[in-house]
Design a protein around this ligand. Structure first.
Ligand SMILES: Nc1ncnc2c1ncn2[C@@H]1O[C@H](COP(=O)(O)OP(=O)(O)OP(=O)(O)O)[C@@H](O)[C@H]1O
Ligand SMILES: N[C@@H](CCO)C(=O)O
Length: 319
């Protein structure tokens, strides 16, 4: 259950008076998701998704919503935000920020094949290129600074073996982030959370990326690593499946060729991407927020992925 803030049909009727969507017909809470309250809404103009942001502030939201609008206008398949009558993409609802976006067709592909991974790789490259001229700046709020703040908060909950892994990896990542070729990596707005459950497919056709609420400016390679660490693994072991890795990486490379600096940074970046989600899952498990009423995601999944990336080199970015 992931509706933290309830919205009735009467609430929706009132809200839609300010939107060019006609009358409210129905509203239905969406039960997946752990960050926000999401609803499918039926209006006289069709179906949309209403999101109430439980943890993000009014000040943070223009970055995400305007990025989605920017991408949608450039042919990247993402939900298009619907502006209200005064052009606002973010409006108050029950005292919290809310937005209405277009509904993507299809469903998540939770058992992806190489053909799905290729579609994701190609759309990711298209997204990075399309966001190059996006004017707003916001750092990845789950980047190295957040890892540095969060590590001491979760360390007391870990056994010695995991505490050692976390300290050692933080040390390794701090050195990586300080090296010259890291600073030469291409950067821009990235999705930063492009897991299987944040992409829609109809059969083999990708219909959209969504859930941009961890997006921020970071290296493009970090985005590729986050995506590979979810789309191209055996979920039980975290081991990479080389056919899916090649399909995703090659499809991306065909649209936005990787650089030699990216090749050099690839193995540490896969570790960084695993560390980021191990840390956030530890944080959600041991230091849950008040609004959090769901079972948090299992941190051991990303601990396993991190150990595996340290132990076994991944396929190269390109030949
Ligand atoms: N634009 C959209 N079109 C179609 N379905 C959507 C859209 N946005 C959200 N959904 C549906 O709502 C569900 C929850 O959305 P979302 O993943 O954004 O929530 P969340 O709370 O931010 O989740 P999490 O952080 O756990 O990924 C999705 O799994 C999807 O089924
Ligand atoms: N994708 C994240 C959840 C936040 O969107 C995870 O699996 O930990």
């Amino acid at each position: 259950m992931a509706v933290f803030t309830a919205v009735s049909l009467d609430d929706l009727t009132l809200l839609l008076k300010k939107f060019p969507l006609g009358n409210a017909i129905a509203i239905k809470g969406i039960s997946s998701g752990i960050e926000n309250s999401n609803f499918f809404i039926d209006t006289a103009r069709g179906e949309y998704v209403l999101t109430i942001f439980e943890n993000l502030s009014f000040a943070q939201l223009p970055f995400y919503l305007q990025l989605m609008r920017h991408l949608a206008e450039r042919g990247v398949l993402v939900p298009a935000p619907v502006p209200d009558e005064s052009g606002e993409l973010v409006v108050p609802l029950h005292g919290k920020p809310a937005a209405i976006v277009s509904k993507l067709e299809g469903a998540s592909q939770m058992a992806p094949q190489p053909v799905h991974c290729a579609a994701v790789g190609a759309m990711l490259a298209k997204m990075h290129l399309a966001a190059r001229d996006f004017p707003l700046q916001q750092p990845n709020l789950r980047g190295l600074d957040w890892w540095n703040e969060t590590t001491p908060l979760v360390l007391p909950f870990l056994d010695e073996r995991n505490a050692h892994l976390l300290r050692a990896e933080m040390h390794f990542q701090s050195a990586f982030a300080a090296c010259d070729h890291y600073h030469r990596l291409a950067r821009g707005p990235v999705h930063a959370d492009l897991f299987r459950n944040n992409v829609m497919f109809v059969g083999e056709r990708l219909t959209g990326f969504f859930d941009f609420y961890f997006a921020g400016c970071d290296t493009w390679l970090f985005d590729v690593a986050v995506t590979v660490n979810d789309w191209c693994i055996d979920l039980d072991t975290g081991v990479l499946d080389s056919a899916r890795v090649r399909a995703l990486l090659d499809a991306y490379h065909a649209l936005r060729p990787y650089t030699a600096d990216e090749q050099a940074a690839w193995q540490p970046m896969l570790r960084a991407a695993a560390l980021r989600f191990w840390l956030s899952r530890l944080y959600d498990l041991y230091l849950p927020r008040e609004a959090e009423i769901l079972t948090p995601h299992d941190p051991t999944h990303f601990e396993r992925i991190l150990r595996e990336r340290i132990a076994t080199p991944a396929p190269e970015l390109f030949a």
